[in-house]
Design a protein around this ligand. Sequence first.
Ligand code: NAD
Length: 490
Amino acid sequence: MPSATTMVAGVAVATDHFINGRRVPSAERFENASPIDGSDLGSVAAGGKAEADMAVAAAKSAFPAWAALGPKGRLPILKRFADGILARAADIAAVETADNGSLLAGNLHRMVPRAAQNISFFAEWALGLNDHAIDHAEVVNNVRYDPAGVAALITPWNAPFMLTTWKVGPALAAGNTAVVKPPEWAPLSCSLMADIAHEAGVPPGVLNVLQGIGEEAGDALVNHPDLARISFTGSTDTAKIIGQAAARSITAMSSELGGKSPFIVCADADLDAAAQTVAGQYINAGQVCLAGTRIIVEAKIESAFLEKVRAAVGQMTVGDPRDPATRVGPLIHPDHFARVAGFVDRAKAGGAQLLWGGGRAAAGGLYFQPTMFAGVSLSDEISQKEVFGPVLTWQAFRDDAEAVAMANGTEYGLAGTLFCGDEARAMRIAEQVVAGTLWVNCFFVRDLSAPFGGSRISGIGREGGTHSFDFYCDIKNIAVRKGSFMAKGA
Ligand code: NAD
């Protein structure tokens, strides 16, 4: 049966599931619209238990042969997969932008190349996985990273293509097979991923895409008894639900969750660079998990720095994310717009001082103004809860202890940013902030070999480099007594 397809930005995208190397329809479908202008992007298959069972069964039966290939056997296939992503960069970027409203230029020049790198980097890293031996007086410990089985990979809508490859790369490189569950508010780019993998020679069943609603398709997937791993990126609330399913079957789960990250600016910092970087927190309408949403400024430069930030934010064009001049695109969905507006309205009603923004942008639709609140206390909802929109708070600190207390004063611990001119001071502050990643005088620089993840309610586990394989592999120690084998010919 030919797959249902939709034309998006001139690109044909299959809207059925991709299971065992072929398209599989569902009786149920869900509607999908573009946040750019509300235009209809066509309906998408809505899977349930039957489709989840089919996808996991396909992944399970493909597992032994894929695992047996070993890292060397998988490398050329995964390299072709990475090359295929680059070859279709323009299509992927256009579809992602139409589907989730993220900036087209950012997708084309950063996210898609990074997605290709996610596949090739981990395929290469896997070559050296089983080279570790730990010497002990009595034994040699041969540490092996064995493939674990079927991995369920669940991703959110703000960067689904890149975030899914961040999981698919190490999962497949390690020899696992996978079922991807894309987000229902931006389901299309992962469908292209399935085609690209297939054309690159990834065998049927190794990478399956199960479309559908989180509480239906996602729920059926995470409750499947044949999973070896669940890797989830999304909200803390959803992680609590999925974590219960993982606990019931003792399935290892990694969670990369929300944030409410601090952005500390010291008086001796490069204030122009800091101001530009603060303005950059509004990119993609603030729908960035790592965004530094709580600006914490040293009191003695507060007013001077505020004017620099105000000027930098004034340069941010809000509008169509396909326009290269745009820095702030739309919010993803009317429900999310209402959620963001709710936070802003409650902050206003609670007496927070609106420095700029605060409502729908002139572009109309789902476009929200870059917004800044001062006069907030740490216990206020707007200081504590992840808004996931273009809404920042502004606080001043008098000494470093106060800055650290403010930075650590939420339940989250995903990331942090610090601008500071003194290295010793910067390191003292950085070491005290609770965060999976703390950027000093930079932002959003992510080395694939470095650990990435969240502390507190921002996540469990670390991925990146060998940390990804610590999660996706069954690590085994073959401890061999020294001198216990007869030498050959003895
Ligand atoms: P979400 O938790 O609502 O959904 C994420 C995914 O989970 C979607 O694919 C959804 O369909 C699925 N899902 C929902 N309910 C499910 C269930 N019961 N069982 C199985 N799957 C289910 O999150 P969202 O709104 O899509 O994304 C925004 C959140 O993601 C924010 O909190 C943001 O900070 C976070 N995020 C974190 C990172 C990170 O790396 N830490 C990166 C991007 C986004």
